[in-house]
Write a protein that binds this ligand. Structure first.
Ligand code: RRO
Length: 311
């Protein structure tokens, strides 16, 4: 039984990897993902300059998931370009994902130019959905801004590039954003980022759980799964076949991975569960996925990808 997959022509021996933000801030964490059974890694979203992020506590686990308002702490693009460059030398033939995010189109272009000037040979993930920087909207909810950014980015950059989107909740919004995305040579769409600006409350202390933004933060984990599957499915049905889907959200067990692929995902990313369980989550999820495939008589992901039935 094989869980091999492909994104933008790169072949990966497995279809499960980290979600950006988890286990990918430092070289130490990225090494751990690299040495695991994960398909590959994606780096923490990088800005032009290093950022400390929001004040702590800024991540909290809750029974059905997590809330975070990290505020984009990262070592800056140069750090992640150096790390990937070394990984490319150490493991020739393996592809890596580099996440970047600017605060406006000029910054996005400056980031892209730095990637272009480097020896990066992997896949760029442009994060259009960070919910946690005070005063900055989630770009993915401004459809005209998404169109403007992609026009500018693809005028400059022709190598494989995908985007990380926030969850959408209305079928009209899926129609509108998909019509825009279909105008561009995107490698993939990654759905979804956390549900922005949720609020978790501790009844005992009568207080919020995280410090930034009065306790508001991005929701991940079990809460996210139906929304994530809906976004994967809605984009699988609307995007041109050249644009692949990466499914992220609510992956706790092998069935969750299976369901993302059934909805149309070509790669599945793990955030909250990886944060809570640690690097062993990759081997467990892979084993559980293979057990489900074996029980159903499936040999490869192609046997069931996208083949969700309706009633
Ligand atoms: O760093 C964060 O606060 C963060 C980011 Br950039 C993101 O894209 N999604 C998220 O839940 N947190």
């Amino acid at each position: 039984i094989s869980t091999q997959t492909q994104i933008a022509g790169s072949v990966f021996a497995n279809c499960i990897m980290n979600a950006s933000g988890v286990y990918c801030h430092s070289a130490h964490e990225l090494d751990a993902v690299q040495q695991s059974t994960a398909a590959t890694f994606v780096t923490k979203s990088a800005t032009l300059a290093p950022r400390a992020g929001n004040p702590e506590p800024r991540y909290c686990t809750v029974p059905f998931g997590s809330i975070n308002s990290m505020g984009l702490p990262n070592h800056g693009l140069a750090y992640y370009l150096d790390y990937v460059s070394q990984a490319q030398r150490d493991f020739p033939g393996k592809s890596y994902f580099l996440s970047i995010t600017g605060f406006n189109v000029e910054e996005d272009l400056a980031l892209i130019r730095q990637v272009q000037a480097s020896d990066f040979a992997g896949i760029v993930e442009l994060n259009l959905s960070c919910p946690n920087v005070p005063g900055k909207p989630q770009t993915g909810y401004d459809f005209e801004a998404v169109a403007r950014i992609l026009e500018a980015v693809f005028a400059l950059y022709q190598a494989p590039l995908g985007i990380k989107l926030p969850p959408y909740f209305d079928l009209i919004h899926f129609d509108e954003i998909a019509a825009i995305l279909n105008r561009f040579p995107l490698a993939y769409v990654n759905s979804v980022n956390s549900i922005g600006n949720g609020l978790c409350v501790d009844a005992a202390s009568e207080a919020v759980l995280i410090k930034p933004k009065g306790g508001f933060g991005g929701i991940g984990g079990v809460y996210l799964k139906p929304t994530a599957l809906a976004n994967v499915r809605a984009f699988y049905e609307r995007l041109k076949p050249e644009i692949q889907i990466i499914g992220t959200g609510g992956v706790v067990n092998g069935s969750d991975v299976f369901e993302h692929i059934l909805c149309g995902a070509s790669m599945v990313q793990v955030g909250t569960t990886l944060q809570e369980e640690g690097i062993g989550a990759f081997a467990r999820l892979t084993r559980e996925l293979k057990e489900i495939m074996a029980a159903k008589g499936y040999q490869t992901l192609d046997d069931f990808r996208g083949r969700l039935k309706t009633l």
